[in-house]
Design a protein around this ligand. Sequence first.
Ligand code: URA
Length: 443
Amino acid sequence: MNPVDLISKKRDGSALTPDELNYLITEYVNGKIPDYQISAFLMAVYFQGMTAGETATLTQLMRDSGTVLDLSSIPGFKADKHSTGGVGDKVSLVLAPLVASAGLIVPMISGRALAHTGGTLDKLEAISGFRTGLSISEMKKQLEKIGVIMVGQTEDLCPADKRIYSLRDATATVSSIPLICASILSKKLAEGIDALVLDVKAGSGAIFDEKEKSWELARKLVETAHHFDLKTSAIITSMAQPLGNAVGNWLETKEAIETLKGEGPADFVELTLALSAQMLVQGEIVKSISEGMSLLEKKIASGEAFEKFLQIVEMQGGDVASVEKPESYPTSKFSFELKSDKPGYVSKIHSREIGQISMALGAGRSSMDDAVDYTSGIVLKKKIGDKVEADETLAFAYSNSEELLAENKTRFSKAFAISSEKTQQPLLIYGVIDASGEREWGA
Ligand code: URA
C-alpha cells in the first residue's frame, strides 16, 4: 500500500477498507507516514465524509493506538460525560462529584483549553496543587476509594488522536463529523466505561453553529458508540449564550463550587442536572429523569456532592482551603465594568466572542505550551431576556494585564445587543438521542 493511492481513493469519494485505514493510522503513529500526507487525507475526509463502517474502523484504530483501561476489578457502573465544547461550560466540575455521590463510578478524563473554549483540566488546576496527571494505578486506587477521578489523558491513551487532533487544528479539518466521532469516541472507549452521555452543543460558541448539523453529529456519535455496544445518549443543547455567568478558569471553578453548595445560576443547574440524571438512568440507579433530578437535588442539599468534590481535591493534592473558602482566592489586578448605553432587553450575547475575549484576556492559550492566567475572564450580570436600565452593569471583564483589558474593551461591548422589545430566554435543551430513538427534551 502507499499513502498517495489511499489519499486519492478518498479524495475521489471511495470508502477505504479496514486494512487501508489500519495502514494509514498505524504507519502514521509509527512515524512512517509524514504529517503532510495525513493532512491531505484529513482534508479528503472533510470533503468526502466516511461511511458508518469507516467511521467505526477509524474509531477502533484510534482507541487501540494506545492503552485501553481495564476497570473490571472495580465494582460498580462506570459512566462518563463528554461535551463537544462550549463557552462557560464547567458542567464536568459539578457533574463528576454529583453523580459519584449518587453511586456511579466516574473515570473522567478531560482536556485543556484550546481555541475559544475552556478546558476542565485548566479549571481544576486553578486550584493550587491539583494534580491532573495521575498514573493508571493511582487512577484505579482513587476510583476504588472515592468512586471518581478527574484527570488528563496519559501519554499512552489514544496517541493517534493526540497527533491527529493537533493536525486537524492546524489544517481547518476539525469540523468533520466522522473525524469528531472517531476523536471523541476513541478516547471515551479507552476509558473502559459502561455508559456515556454526550452534550452536543449547537450555536455560536459550538463546533457547529447550525442546530441541524449538531443533531446530525449527535446521531452519528450515538450510532458509532452503539457499534461498540457502549450505552450512549446524546443531549443536544444550546450555546446561544455562555452557560452560567462565569467564563475563565478560576471564575468557573468558583461558580462550580457555588453550584455544588446549591447556589448556582439557573441555566447551569438545569443542564448539569439533566446530564447527570441521564447518567443515573443509564446506570439504573433511577427509573426516570425526574426521579434522577430529585435524587441529585437531595445530594446537593445534603452537602454530599460538595463533600465528594472536596475528597477529589484532597486526593489529587489540591488546596482544600481555597475550595472551602473561595473568597480567599486571589483576584485579578484589573477589571472593567461594561454598562448598557440604553434601556431595554438583552437580545444577544455572542458566545464565541465572549470565549475569545476571555482567552485574549489571559484565560486561554494559543499553543499547548502557553501558560494560562487562572483569574482572568468574564462574569455576566445579565443574560438574554433580562431587562436592563441605561448605565446598568451588563458584565465584568478581569485580567492581570491592563493593556489586554484596554485592547478588548470595544470588542467586549460589541458582544452584547440590547433591544427595545422584550426578548425571550433561549431554549437551553433541544432534545435527546438514545437507543430508543430521538425526541425533544422532556417529551
Ligand atoms: N472534542 C474532541 O475530543 N475531538 C473533537 O474532534 C472535537 C471535540
